[in-house]
Design a protein around this ligand. Structure first.
Ligand code: PMP
Length: 387
């Protein structure tokens, strides 16, 4: 039996979502661009899905664009906005701990005549408004800061950053993939102009995402074709996937409060027990401003890779560093941005849990962790009993 504690990297699709999607593969297979009755069925559910996403993030339905996932949404938001508005300025600001997709979009923009500043974070991974303020120039057109960090779980002061940008006429983008379904998102109260979310992160299917584009914020399309999604994202809509995202969001809206309460109990129990029972072990990320489903540690004298493999032998799936780049030998850029040394970043353990975890999964993790750490430290030339 496998105990899965890596929900940040992938989530199972909720069986109720699969059920809701099934009719749209065969019986209700229409294309929303068709004007006949079969097309009307597709148009209707497409607009209902747009409304459901709108309600979930407190956005106007018309401002919701469906894409193929978070990466595409952020590409469309950042590149689409930058190119459309280059006459206003060529400077963008992101944080040092953005997801790799945002970092690589920033590099692409730099190769295309834009200038990007990367704002440092404090030891807990929080962005300070002052650091953003220090980098603003007359040419700054956009700031992008993730709602919460996908690795260490630190929650950003998004509404304050949004307000700061709004007061200066700067567009604010937030990648909310790590936060969706765990924290309430309200694009109006949070002063967000462009928002990236994905379906899988609320237990919907992969390959579907949303970019919220506030009315009046102009972007260029990146995909040109039949003019779907207001001409901003051409290509026949993935109706079964979009229906899946709608179903997932509707379930989430009902279950989020109860679910996150349960996660907080797991998280607090894990953090308390691990820090109490294992010497020379530290929590990464913010002690209180952290996602309810995230516990992230580092252990002196231990290599994350061996930790992960030892857990694998015991039938437990956990992560070290970001799953999106865990096949590289580079330490996580997020952990380095916190000020950790390379070896400290490499000795990290990321535990993220979700809807289908039970108390027994937490028992299983806590049951084996101290033994694994003791064994690996015995084998480690880096670890001496007393530092
Ligand atoms: N942003 C964040 C915070 C992520 O964790 C991920 C990966 N799950 C992405 C963006 C990219 O998502 P996708 O690969 O589904 O496009």
């Amino acid at each position: 039996m496998n105990t899965y504690l890596d929900y940040q990297s992938s989530k199972p699709v909720d069986p109720r979502v699969v059920e809701a999607m099934l009719p749209y593969f065969h019986n209700k297979f229409g294309n929303p661009s068709s004007l006949h009755a079969t097309g009307d069925v597709a148009t209707e559910i497409l607009e209902e899905s747009r409304a459901a996403v709108g309600e979930f993030i407190n956005a106007d339905q018309d401002d919701v664009l469906f894409t193929s996932g978070a990466t595409e949404s952020s590409n469309l938001g950042l590149i689409g906005y930058a190119f459309r508005n280059k006459d206003k300025g060529n400077h963008l600001i992101i944080s040092e701990i953005e997801h790799i997709s945002i970092h690589n979009i920033a590099k692409y923009l730099e190769k295309n005549g834009f200038v990007v500043s990367r704002v440092p974070v404090d030891q807990y991974g929080r962005v300070a408004i002052k650091k953003i303020a220090d980098r603003i120039t007359a040419k700054t057109i956009l700031v992008s800061v993730g709602f919460a960090n996908n690795e260490i779980g630190t929650i950003q002061p998004v509404a304050e950053i949004g307000k700061f940008c709004k007061d200066r006429g700067i567009v604010f983008h937030s990648d909310a993939v790590a936060a969706e379904g765990l924290l309430p998102i309200d694009v109006k109260a949070d002063n967000i102009d462009l928002l990236t979310i994905s379906s899988n992160d609320v237990y919907g299917p992969k390959g579907v995402g949303v970019l919220y584009v506030k009315k009046g914020v102009r972007i260029n399309p990146l995909i040109i074709g039949g003019g779907q999604e207001r001409g901003l994202r051409s290509g026949t809509e993935n109706i079964p996937g979009i229906v899946g995202m709608k179903a997932a969001i509707e379930i989430m809206r009902h279950e989020m409060t109860k679910e996150t309460k349960r996660f907080k109990q797991y998280r607090d129990r894990i953090i308390k027990e691990v820090l109490h029972t294992i010497p020379r072990c530290y929590l990464n990320g913010h002690p209180t401003e952290r996602l309810p489903n995230n516990a992230h540690f580092r252990f002196d004298g231990i290599e994350g890779e061996s930790l992960l493999l030892s857990f694998k032998e015991k039938g437990i799936s956990v992560a070290t560093g970001s799953a999106c780049s865990s096949k590289t030998l580079e330490p996580s850029h997020t952990l380095i941005a916190l000020g950790l040394l390379h070896e400290e970043a490499h000795g990290s353990l990321e535990i993220t849990f979700g809807r289908f975890n039970k108390d027994e999964d937490v028992d299983a993790l806590l049951g084996v962790l101290p033994g694994i750490v003791r064994r690996l430290r015995k084998l480690s030339p880096l670890y001496k009993e007393e530092a």
